[in-house]
Design a protein around this ligand. Structure first.
Ligand code: GTP
Ligand code: MG
Length: 241
């Protein structure tokens, strides 16, 4: 990078990057830490994005696909594979500028009621209390749509969303749908996901991958967020005399 001159002092970081650059950033993902409970996680000073959703929805696979790494997060045909909160660090040259969190799924029928409740508590504690959480990705198999448990999670997080927490509903396994089914799933989910983004995604065909990488990059840049919020904000009312 060229040395900065005094004339550079007004320049700011870019507010968006192209798909290739976003993928290169995602490729820096590496294992950071794992914990069974919120209080065992280290605090971090960078934005964190959590991947949540029903068991088997494709959370771990989506992280691997975005990171372009085969086994960064453990994915499996067998539901209930992820049983800890696993954190992955992002950032070039060893510097950490964001964190991804892979969470255990919910709604897996074949675990005991106690285990189910314990995991739901761990996950909700994390989502409601984790200070560094700046966005979450809710993964959903479009063949099932948003289920009662997904809706309950969105309801529980509504106060945080109103306070600025961003979210994306990611319709996974899009390769299993026809074009028409994809369009239908997208429009139905858009109606349900008040305040959130919705995208189609496939680990197999790579549909949506670059786009999601770009969105996550943007969400982890405070300067890009501030610009987007300013654009979305209604114009200030005229001043009273
Ligand atoms: N066809 C297809 N299969 C996928 C896709 N994404 C994930 N899968 C499959 O779905 C199954 C579950 O994927 P995981 O990534 O382990 O799901 P998870 O949400 O992490 O599951 P838990 O850890 O149990 O909560 C695996 O067999 C994956 O290969 C996709 O985009 N297309
Ligand atoms: Mg998993």
């Amino acid at each position: 990078m060229p040395p900065s001159s005094p004339a550079d002092t007004t320049s700011t970081a870019p507010l968006c990057i192209d798909g290739r650059a976003a993928m290169a950033w995602m490729h820096t993902a590496r294992f950071f830490t794992t914990a069974a409970q919120l209080h065992q996680l280290p605090e971090v000073q960078v934005p964190e994005i959590a991947f949540v959703g029903r068991s088997n929805a494709g959370k771990s696979t989506a992280i691997n696909t975005l990171a372009q790494q085969r086994q960064l997060a453990f994915a499996s045909k067998k539901p209930g594979r992820t049983q800890h909160i696993n954190l992955f660090a992002l950032g070039r040259q060893g510097a950490m500028d964001a964190v991804l969190a892979d969470l255990p799924g919910y709604g897996y029928a074949a675990v005991s009621r106690e285990d189910k409740l314990r995991w739901q508590r761990v996950m909700l504690n994390y989502l409601v209390q984790r200070e560094s959480l700046s966005a979450f990705v809710l993964l959903c198999d479009p063949r099932l749509g948003l289920t009662e448990l997904d809706e309950a999670l969105l309801d529980a997080l509504r106060p945080r969303v109103q306070a600025g927490l961003r979210f994306l509903v990611l319709l996974t396994k899009a390769d299993k749908l026809t074009r028409a089914q994809q369009a239908k799933a997208l429009s139905i989910t858009r109606l349900q996901a008040g305040g959130g983004e919705v995208r189609l995604f496939s680990a197999l065909s790579k549909q949506g991958v670059e786009e999601v990488a770009q969105l996550l990059w943007q969400w982890t840049r405070p300067e890009a967020n501030a610009a987007a919020d300013a654009e979305a904000a209604p114009p200030a009312p005229p001043e009273q005399a």
